[in-house]
Design a protein around this ligand. Sequence first.
Ligand code: KG4
Length: 356
Amino acid sequence: MRVLGIETSCDETAAAVVEDGVRVLSNVVAGQEALHAPYGGVVPEVAGRAHEAAVVPAIERALRDAGTGLGDLDGIAVTNRPGLVGSLLVGVQAAKSLALATGLPLVGVNHVLAHAHANLLGGADLRFPLVALVVSGGPTSLYLCRSPLEEELLGATVDDAAGEAFDKVAALLDLGFPGGPALDRASRDGDPAAVRFPRTRGAPGTLDFSFSGLKTAVLYHVRGQDARPGRGRNRPGVAVADVAASFQEALVDSLVKVTLEAARRARVRQVVLGGGVACNRRLRERMAADGARAGVQVVLPEPRLCTDNGAMIAALGTHLLRIGRRDGLDLDVAPRLLRRPSVKKGPARRAAAARP
Ligand code: KG4
């Protein structure tokens, strides 16, 4: 079964052809870093326009690289949630047009869950039930996956996503855009124990994450106690590599601890990672080492499948099409995912319920 996957949720225009949900026949990703770099972050209008120009060439190239014509496909899968509305619409329109022209079945895919499905590509031996940690620039979420299509949200960030924290701290340290990979590189020359930043997490008893306090601690360390976000200069003599390594260590510590706690509570022996932050060198090292100590096997997708790509959309799409899931030409986009009902009520939790 050959499925075309289309992904345009943020700033990568991606298309891929995947066979039987596991073999990647082609995987085309057109990034937009250079367009957004002058602004220090993704500008939604710029992203939407760039997708518009890049989506048809990306699909053509994915079909060509796979040696596949439209007539050899069995379905079309497209990200329709969550993401930037103007960006999602471009991919969804392209997928609908192809479905209309070819009569192929169409299915909308949840991008966050697709990050966990990147692990199905490349033949990892997945043993369900397992815990999936999806860490990227939008979501930071933990799922209990009972099968490839049965998942339960165990926890999520109540404020910033991990990738967002990486990007903001990288901007504070003038490391450039995109910030995550730049901070990862800068941290290699730093001492992770140089500054003891707080190990933050969500409310006690939950499996939620929280990174805004950590981000503020870095701001105060770098700019002084009266610092305000977006204003002022870094104090002279700030050791950028040490701050980068220490921030990364604190964030990774929180991610690893909460994830392994989720595995312990759910009594599962396997954890899979997905999302752009899963490329992070220290997260990969620590997750594997701490997991091994706790008797948990950690499965990591290869880096090109961690960041946004069409192959993971095709992989999850294949499973959905196999069980008969179909969407019509009225398929809509959704910028956010609805969170599960809060365990505890309160202003912070209610605000979190409104976020992806
Ligand atoms: O999954 P992704 O490509 O897009 C979203 O769905 O958000 O993830 C992008 C995020 C960005 O915040 C980027 O800075 C972060 O992943 N990222 C990293 C690394 N590579 C990408 N963060 C830390 N270390 C990395 N090596």
